[in-house]
Design a protein around this ligand. Structure first.
Ligand code: NAD
Length: 353
């Protein structure tokens, strides 16, 4: 099969591409416009593979998308391209509306026209897999409630509202046009190649430099955490075995308060990097409470039993094993993150095209 993957230079998209090329015979067309979050260095171990092609294309560009579909003739689309950072959506929501809503709409229209003219057998094989977040459900107050696939949407941030809109568009295309789409909603991912604005890499890299570890409010906001390679395996299972028109929640059974996550990072660093930056007695001393994020959701928790029972997927990493792998990866891959931190990755990624 040939997969057209949007957002393949991002954190999860690059993990999906590595997973497909390393574990299957399939090929991949990576469609990405390389925003600040796109980094081709995340694909350096597979980018010489003859089954991999990169297309520098914005998903809002209808003509360019039509060219890519006509040229590469994909059997399936995995749509991950998005603006993905909640804090950036609060200070600048326009890009989120543009990419997450208008971009998804544009991609849907190009993919639908392409699918409609396929011969019957190829038409039946074709899938459009839309990758989304559990943040569309809003928050749970506490207790034992979990997000299930049939829950009404109640997004809180411009990011989650734009993702909710895109989910609705995808489902409407299935209902109205019979377009063969599947939606997945996943909890917070963590792991290698994560852009250092996100909680876990930010804390690891700040701690290594002896900088403050900023924690919003009381740090008691609860998130479910999933190791990114477990997510990539789940997505491949859904796009190849999932049922058209269905939604699958994906999660890690790892509900943790933000402060607990930061304390775990500090303990791992105490063990793995006992020689600390000057003036730091304990990494945990760097934890600094800052004003809470507006509209901050209290708790997210996923019920992933549908994908477990129907498709036989379960996460392989526990929070402890996944966090250890993640901290070890950042310690071993300074070359990757130092170029992100000093901004030189932006020049390199375009120079390499
Ligand atoms: P990311 O920000 O790391 O990567 C996004 C990628 O999309 C980047 O490579 C960027 O260059 C590209 N992109 C952005 N706008 C584009 C456009 N207009 N045209 C083409 N490419 C564009 O994001 P991520 O964390 O890898 O998330 C991928 C998807 O998974 C997103 O749809 C996100 O909503 C969803 N998701 C993320 C998480 C998480 O914890 N990170 C959890 C659940 C769902």
């Amino acid at each position: 099969m040939k997969f057209l993957i949007t957002g393949g230079a991002g954190f999860i998209g690059s993990a999906v591409i590595r997973h497909i090329l390393k574990n299957t015979d399939n090929s991949v067309v990576n469609v990405d416009c390389l925003t600040y979050a796109g980094n081709l260095a995340s694909l350096s171990d597979i980018d010489q593979d003859a089954r991999y092609v990169f297309e520098l294309v914005n998903i809002c560009d209808l003509a360019e998308l039509e060219r890519v579909f006509t040229e590469h003739k994909p059997d399936a689309v995995m749509h991950l391209a998005a603006e993905s950072h909640v804090d950036r959506s609060i200070t600048g929501p326009a890009a989120f509306i543009q990419t997450n809503i208008v971009g998804t709409f544009t991609l849907l229209e190009v993919a639908r026209a392409y699918w409609q003219q396929l011969p019957d057998t190829a038409k039946q094989v074709f899938r459009f897999h839309h990758i989304s977040t559990d943040e569309v459900y809003g928050d749970l107050e506490g207790g034992d409630d979990l997000f299930i696939e049939t829950m009404p949407y109640q997004p809180s941030s411009p990011y989650s509202a734009s993702k909710a809109s895109s989910d609705h568009l995808v489902r409407a295309w299935t209902r109205t046009y019979g377009f063969p789409a599947i939606v997945t909603n996943c909890s917070n991912n963590y792991g290698p190649y994560h852009f250092p604005e996100k909680l876990i890499p930010l804390m690891i890299l700040n701690a290594l430099e002896g900088k403050p570890l900023p924690v919003y409010g009381d740090g008691m906001q609860i998130r479910d955490w999933l190791y990114v390679e477990d997510h990539a395996r789940a997505l491949y299972k859904v796009v190849t075995e999932g049922v058209v028109g269905e939604t699958y929640n994906i999660g890690g059974h790892n509900e943790k308060a933000n402060i607990e996550v930061v304390n775990t990072i500090c303990s791992l660093l105490e063990e793995l990097v006992p020689h600390k930056p000057q003036g730091v007695a304990l990494y945990a001393d760097l934890i600094t409470k800052v004003a809470d994020r507006p509209g901050h959701d209290v708790r997210y928790a996923i019920d992933a039993s549908k994908i477990e029972h129907e498709l036989g997927w379960t996460p392989q990493e526990t929070f402890e094993s996944g966090m250890r792998k993640t901290v070890e990866w950042y310690l071993a891959n300074k070359q990757w993150w130092s170029r992100v931190l000093d901004g030189s990755y932006a020049g390199e990624r375009l120079g390499s095209l």
